[in-house]
Design a protein around this ligand. Structure first.
Ligand code: FES
Length: 104
């Protein structure tokens, strides 16, 4: 688990963090918090800088959209899902990011 003060992730921000030795991209999209694989499943380029459209994080390199709920790609050239992790907010307002144990 990794803890981040909420003030470090304002609306619209994207930030690379490490969760259990795994690089993770933490996103605040219009107040919705998401934590996903930092690297794209297609060619391992960073997903940081991708836009969010209709619930998809769009890879800035080849335009594949990854569902922010399931991690599944919306089509080729990516064939595999990215990892989706859990983000919660504790009583102090800190963000807690927990690696998803069900996705390897
Ligand atoms: S590197 Fe992300 S779609 Fe190609």
């Amino acid at each position: 688990m990794t803890r981040i003060p909420a003030t470090e992730l304002p609306t619209g921000a994207q930030r690379r963090i490490t969760v259990d030795d795994e690089p993770v991209l933490l996103l605040n999209h219009e107040g919705s918090l998401h934590a996903v694989s930092y690297y794209c499943s297609h060619m391992d380029y960073p997903l940081e800088g991708g836009t969010i459209e209709d619930g998809l994080l769009v890879c800035p390199y080849h335009g594949v959209g990854f569902c922010l709920k399931t991690g599944e790609p919306d089509g080729p050239p990516a064939m595999n899902a990215i990892r989706i992790h859990k983000v919660t907010v504790d009583d102090n307002g800190d963000l807690l990011v927990t690696a998803n144990p069900n996705q390897v």
